[in-house]
Design a protein around this ligand. Structure first.
Ligand SMILES: Nc1nc2c(ncn2[C@@H]2O[C@H](COP(=O)(O)OP(=O)(O)O)[C@@H](O)[C@H]2O)c(=O)[nH]1
Ligand SMILES: [Mg+2]
Length: 458
């Protein structure tokens, strides 16, 4: 961390502005050796005032030719992204010009940064915790408005702060335990008060709550799963292609065309979905179809929403419906091929009248927008965005599960009068698991995995 790193921080290719970022002890010196207010000849700067944008020209240090007209933004540490001295050079964005500037910077002793190294430095300099660093990657990767909202909230450190509070509680408890272990003669036998036990219990409950929040909301990142199912030839593949607006599934008049489930991403008003088209479910002897039908059933079980499809002329049967759609699943009844005439349309039975119904013609692209709106409505109906602003990611969830396991063991131990040394081990394990979330106790492997997923320049 004693060296100075540099990278192109904006995407590769032509654009309005491209940014070169330099961070480290020599950032200011390097910048002042290349930047001049005048373009006719190089005129070094005495000092670079921090947090003040300067207009000027970037010179090639060898030839002393102007490379580009630029804006220079010097930021003295610790008031910078990495908490080190940082200089950002805004130039025109072109592969060649940015590379030329980067090379000029590197030739003065800076090193090309590794992926995520700027953010890693911000973490190692304790400007942000690990959850905030990860959220930076989430912001860059966000594929929907809601995913972005959660990532932004996490960058502000909300999750990290809450985890840190839980950790503090455990650390206090551990220190009481350790006093009692270290000075067995001086103190009475360790006997936690009800209040202390209550505190550990509430840390455990909080961990469980976070795990639940992850489970409830992870589909916002990964996509809400929607499966189209129904008898062969009702138009499942035709609907799939209409929903994703692409010819993805093969459509034929031959029943049993779709065998392997076909999956595609779809974004409805900023909410990501993964739509699956499956093999038509019916009795068959065809081995490939049978496997396809099994896969369709798997998809239905793991799906968040089912589009149960029927066509005119085939009546709704409770028995068939119950065989295909698991109880309690969110489901939309889709009646296709309404272009064939209004008569003979299947209707839901009294028992299932509450299920939302949409009539469409996949062939004529009718009713598709209404169906999308219904899918959106039932998927976010019981999700309270305002109530859960922090969503742990999968890595956090695993750490929370480990912490919860240790705390359960500790609480059982407390009830059964377990030896203090063993209790201390469980509590310590809980503290360490929580610490991997914020980065306090994260191993180098974890750090490397997280930061290597970043792009260079971030
Ligand atoms: N008239 C009419 N035919 C349709 C409609 N949707 C699909 N089809 C036809 O029904 C047949 C089966 O369609 P397909 O999408 O392959 O059904 P799948 O077996 O359920 O996937 C094809 O010949 C489609 O052209 C529709 O809305 N109206
Ligand atoms: Mg099909």
């Amino acid at each position: 961390m004693n060296d100075t790193i540099a990278a192109i921080a904006t995407p590769f290719g032509s654009g309005g502005i491209g940014v070169i970022r330099i961070s480290g002890p020599d950032a200011f010196t390097i910048a002042s050796m290349l930047f001049s207010k005048t373009k006719s000849r190089f005129e070094g700067l005495e000092n670079l005032e921090s947090h003040r944008v300067r207009h000027g020209y970037l010179f090639d240090g060898n030839t002393m030719d102007v490379i580009d007209e630029v804006l220079l933004i010097p930021m003295k540490g610790p008031s910078s992204y990495t908490a080190e001295d940082v200089v950002e050079i805004q130039a025109h964005s072109g592969t060649f010009v940015l590379k030329a500037i980067l090379e000029a910077v590197l030739s003065l002793g800076a090193r090309l940064s590794e992926p995520g190294e700027f953010t890693k430095r911000a973490f190692l300099n304790q400007r942000i915790d690990l959850t905030q660093a990860e959220a930076v990657a989430d912001i860059i990767m966000a594929k929907s408005a809601n995913a972005l909202k959660f990532a932004t909230s996490q960058v502000l450190g909300t999750l990290g702060k809450k985890i840190q509070e839980l950790r503090e509680t455990l650390i206090q408890f551990l220190s009481l335990l350790e006093v009692s272990i270290d000075f067995p003669d001086d103190s009475a036998p360790f006997c936690p008060s009800d209040k202390e036990i209550q505190e550990i219990t509430s840390v455990l409950e909080k961990c469980r709550e976070f795990i639940k929040q992850h489970n409830d909301a992870c589909f916002l990142k990964e996509g809400i799963r929607v499966t189209i199912c129904g008898a062969p030839n009702v138009g499942k593949s035709s609907l799939m292609n209409r929903l994703i607006e692409k010819d993805r599934s093969i459509i034929t008049a031959v029943p049993g065309t779709t065998r392997d489930p076909v999956e595609e991403g779809l974004n409805i008003d900023g909410v990501p979905f993964v739509i699956a088209d499956t093999a038509g479910i019916h009795q068959t002897d065809d081995l490939v179809e049978i496997i396809g039908i099994e896969k369709a059933k798997d998809h239905i079980t793991t799906s968040d929403i089912i589009l149960y499809m029927k066509e005119p002329g085939s009546a709704f049967s409770e028995r068939e419906f119950e065989k295909i759609v698991p109880q309690g699943k969110k489901v939309i009844f889709v009646v296709n091929k309404i272009d064939l005439g209004e008569g003979n349309l299947p209707r839901l039975s009294e028992k299932y009248r509450h299920i939302p119904t949409v009539e469409i013609s996949a062939l004529l692209n009718k009713g598709i927008r209404e169906l999308k709106q219904k899918i959106l409505n039932i998927s976010i109906a019981d999700l309270d965005m305002e109530k859960s602003p922090v969503i742990p990611n999968l890595r956090h969830k695993k750490a929370l599960e480990q912490a919860a396991e240790s705390l359960e063991a500790a609480l059982t131990g407390l009830k059964n009068g377990q030896a203090e040394e063993i209790l201390a081990i469980d509590i310590k394990a809980g503290i360490d698991s929580l610490g991997t979330i914020t980065g306090e106790t994260a191993s180098l492997d974890i750090l490397d995995t997280i930061f290597s997923n970043f792009c260079i320049g971030k």
